[in-house]
Structures are given as structure tokens and as C-alpha cells.
Write a protein that binds this ligand. Sequence first.
Ligand SMILES: NC(=O)c1ccc[n+]([C@@H]2O[C@H](COP(=O)([O-])OP(=O)(O)OC[C@H]3O[C@@H](n4cnc5c(N)ncnc54)[C@H](O)[C@@H]3O)[C@@H](O)[C@H]2O)c1
Length: 416
Amino acid sequence: MAHFKLGFIGAGFIARFQAQALTMVRGADLAGVCAPRGAEELSALSRELGIGECTVYPDIASLCHAVDAVLIFAPNFARVEIMQAIANAVAAGAPLKGIVCEKPLGRTVAEAKQLLELAASTGLPTAYFENQLHMKGMNAQKRQLAPQEKAMGPLTLARSAEEHAGPHEGWFWDPTRQGGGVLSDMGCHSIAIGWYVLTPSGKPVDFLEPVAVTADMALLKWGQPAYRKRLLDTMGVDYAKTPAEDFATGMVTFRNPETGQIVKAQFTNSWMFDKQGLRLYMDGLGPGYAFELNTLQTPLQVFIGDEAAEAAADVESALEKSTASRGLLVVEPNEADLYGYVDELEDAVRCFTEGRDGKLSFAYGYQVTRLCQAAYLSAERGRVVDLTNPAANAELDGYVSLIAQGRGGEVLHVPG
Ligand SMILES: NC(=O)c1ccc[n+]([C@@H]2O[C@H](COP(=O)([O-])OP(=O)(O)OC[C@H]3O[C@@H](n4cnc5c(N)ncnc54)[C@H](O)[C@@H]3O)[C@@H](O)[C@H]2O)c1
């Protein structure tokens, strides 16, 4: 059977990571790419990895006509124009079988709705890429603890965190382009995985009904004068003028619609995790059983002494967002698999081949955007957002956080 042809829109950090993941997926090729920056380099990487010829296309329309599925791996601020271009190409006859979009689906609820509606206008299956729900460790704990859940009842508390020392590109730091700070960037992961952890076995990913959200956020590190200067010098973003949160935490309360049971998912995210590198942490507590997953606990460590440290070529080859090149270091030898990228690609290829949505559709991504924006609303107003209240939901529909508007100084303390 002919390989399923993937076309990447965007050729930066996540596109390169997904290219690595594709080396572990059977039956799919990287057939094309379209991006203002990095397309030729991604094409060369694709040939080097043996995952496809990866033709560089000048525009989204021609890419859509040449591949089976397009994957939106471009910055958050470009979502709507890209999705519009895909919808136009499909209307003009592009023979696509599916559309993928990286998290977050939108920077606001209204934007995520636009994505959802544009995708619906194509009639094509969709896959929202939230890698943490595809992590092998996560799904192994679900399988392993299914008998306990059946005998004792489901998990009642989930805690999840994604933290590192800060993103790699200026647009992530700029709340007006990214949609906020760390909550918009990584809170969407942790909120989604908390929801999933608590979802009883065999139930759909949106089975539990979100009933309330509370959150708190702060600018703890990158607002300090010395770090603000570093940010301005390296990323071109001025947190004296347009600050964003580098720490966020909160709680989402869910209700089981069959039993009425209330369960809670706590999330924590930061761009001030000055430790080894990226850490994904999740745990779940149920009656008499529990699990814990921490991606910094690895069987492989290396030691690099001061004398040898100058020889370190690329510390990120050991661990994403690695912050050190000497001492006792964590090495994750297969991060693309560890973080779930392999499984999410496999899922999209299989589902699109069968003519259906991925495990996570755009409709699910839209729900996650609502929860994430409810967290901004809660932190901004200092109150619980009651999602069972129609007025609160109506407010969310048109909500743009002060931080995303570039008015973060009104809600975050920025030291003088
Ligand atoms: N799931 C994850 O773990 C994860 C990790 C990183 C990034 N992401 C998501 O992936 C997306 C991309 O992030 P990144 O880190 O790769 O960003 P990046 O800045 O490293 O790369 C962005 C790429 O998109 C291209 N691009 C910019 N505007 C475009 C447009 N209008 N049309 C087509 N391409 C365009 C750029 O030229 C570049 O090639 C973001 O939405 C981010 O939230 C997800």
C-alpha cells in the first residue's frame, strides 16, 4: 500500500521533533513542507532521516494538493489564516484526508471556534495534537490500573505539571502573539492531561463534565530587571511593557455525569524551572491506588566534569530545554517517543486512513481552550469560574485576557 503523505505547515522546533517521531511510524512519509523559515532545512533533515523526499512548497494551497494530510506546526498567531487557506484549498479540490493542528487550537475561545468552524466547512476528519494523552507511560498506567479502578472506583485527584526554564523563540514570550504566557503555552497540556487522568476507563475523553475552574498566576522570575533585560536582548520582548505570567497554577473540578461524583485536577506550569530541563509530571490518586510519572526520572545519567564541559556540542541532544552542560545530567534517549509524538502521529495516520477523527478532534481542542481561558478569567478576576452558569460561559465566548491584550501590567506585579 502507498505510504500516507504528510505535509507540514511550519518547519521549526515541533516540526523537527515530529520528523524524528516519524522515523518510528510505519506507513507514512513526510512528502512536503511549507514555511517562511526552515523549510529547506527540514526537507534536508527528512531525507537524512529517510522519512520522505519532503518537497518544499511555496504556499499552503499547493501543499494541500500534493499530500494526504496537512499538519499545522506554525505559531499560534497564524492559526486562522492557515486554516482559512486549507479550507480554500479543499473547496478548490485539494484531495486531503485530514487536518492536524498542534496545541493550542486557539489563543482565545473565539479563535478556537473559528478553527473548529473552518475545519467543519471542509468536512474532513481532524486531529488535535495534544501529545501528553498519547504518552506510552500514561496509557500504560491506565491499562495497569484498570482492575483497581473497576474494583475500587475511579481516580479522584490528578496533579499535572509541565515546566522548563523558558521557550526558544520570541513569539512565545510575546503575549499578544502567543495568546498569553506559560498558561496559554503549557497550561493547555496540563489541563488536558488532568482531565484524561481522571476519565474512567472506556469513556470518551470529554466524558467528565467541567464544572468549575480556579487559577492564580504571577510573573516571578522574568519580570525582575536583570531577567527582563536578558529577555529584551535575546528575544526582543519587553516585559516592562507587555508582561506575561511565568507561573500559573489552578484547579479544574469535574463531575461524573453518571454517578454525580466530583473529582479534581490541579495544574502547575512554569517558565522558571531552573533545573535540568523540561519536566512533565503527573500523578493520580484513587481509593487505595495511585500512579506517578516524572519524565526526569530516567535510567540513564551521564557525568561531565568541569574539565570536559567545554567539549559539549549540543546539550539539548540529551534533554529538551536542558540548562546545564556539566555535572550529573539526565539523558532521555528517545524523547519523541517518551512525550507521545510517535503515538499521536500513528493515531492520526490510522484514523485519517479510516476516514475518522483522531483520538482527539478539533472539538476536543476547543473544549481545552475554553478551560484554559476560564483559568485566565479566574486569575484575572480573583474568583471561581462556574462553568455550569450560562452567563459565565457567555463571558468566555468573547473573552480576551488582559495579558493577551498586552495589558499584563494591570494584573501582574512587575518589579521596578
Ligand atoms: N506539543 C508540544 O509539545 C509542542 C512543542 C512546541 C511547540 N508546539 C506548538 O507548535 C507550534 C509551533 O511551535 P514551534 O516551537 O515549532 O515554533 P517555531 O517558531 O520554532 O517554528 C514555527 C515555524 O512556523 C513557520 N511559520 C510562521 N508563520 C507561518 C505561516 N503563516 N504559515 C506557515 N508557517 C509559518 C516558521 O517559519 C517556522 O518554520 C505552536 O503552536 C506551539 O504551541 C507544541
